[in-house]
Design a protein around this ligand. Structure first.
Ligand code: GRF
Length: 207
């Protein structure tokens, strides 16, 4: 069983999807903590309602990123966290932290990476005029949305799509693939090896 911390900054609909999967199914992860960098994030209410401990750290209370990330590390150790899911966590983590947690931090991004990394991915897709977009779950490395891809889901883009309609369509898929990817990592079905996501596939006997 992996002890999971979910990091959020806002609405927390992905957090909700992870909670729902955890409550409904026999998952290989146990949500031990929700970590948040904003004291007004709606996701805090979702965590509280589900009975999950919440830790809020405001960056304004720290001298720099290193001091902030050191505190996060202390919190992770205190809660015996094994796995971290960034679910709309809108703050960059230092290389120091990310390297310590290599293969143990997952993020979800609303595009088919490597297309449209960074902010406003759905807007970038609409402006580029692509006909399909989607979402990607990946192992976090020290770049921006550059880590090894674990899973992706595709959605069509329609001619009359707005930012809102496209974002909603993508979000629905996020809620499906993110909990599954977290569970697969917790089960050891997929892991990070030489900067790639490697899947354990049972060998099929052919003779
Ligand atoms: C999602 O679109 C996710 O892909 C991105 O941030 C958004 C978070 O949404 N990283 P929510 O807070 O989970 O509703």
């Amino acid at each position: 069983m992996s002890n999971l911390a979910v990091f959020i900054s806002g609405n927390g609909s992905n957090l909700q999807a992870i909670i729902n999967r955890w409550k409904k199914e026999d998952t290989a992860f146990d949500i031990k903590l929700v970590f948040c960098n904003k004291d007004d994030a709606y996701g805090i209410r979702r965590a509280t309602k589900a009975g999950i401990p919440v830790k809020i750290l405001l960056h304004s209370d720290f001298v720099d990123r290193q001091a902030y990330d050191q505190k996060i590390q202390e919190i992770m150790l205190a809660h015996q966290i094994d796995l971290i899911a960034l679910a709309g966590f809108m703050r960059l983590l230092s290389s120091w932290f990310v390297e310590k947690w290599a293969g143990k931090i997952l993020n979800i991004h609303p595009s088919l990476l490597p297309a449209f990394p960074g902010l406003n991915a759905q807007k970038q897709a609409l402006e580029h005029g692509v006909r399909f977009s989607g979402c990607s779950v990946f192992f976090v490395d020290s770049g921006v949305d550059t880590g090894a891809i674990i899973s992706q889901a595709v959605v069509p883009i329609f001619l009359n799509d707005s930012l809102e309609t496209l974002s909603k369509r993508i979000l629905k898929k996020e809620h499906l693939i993110f909990p599954t990817a977290i569970n697969d990592v917790a089960l050891g079905k997929v892991s990070l090896c030489n900067s790639k996501a490697v899947f354990k596939i049972k060998a099929t006997q052919t003779n």
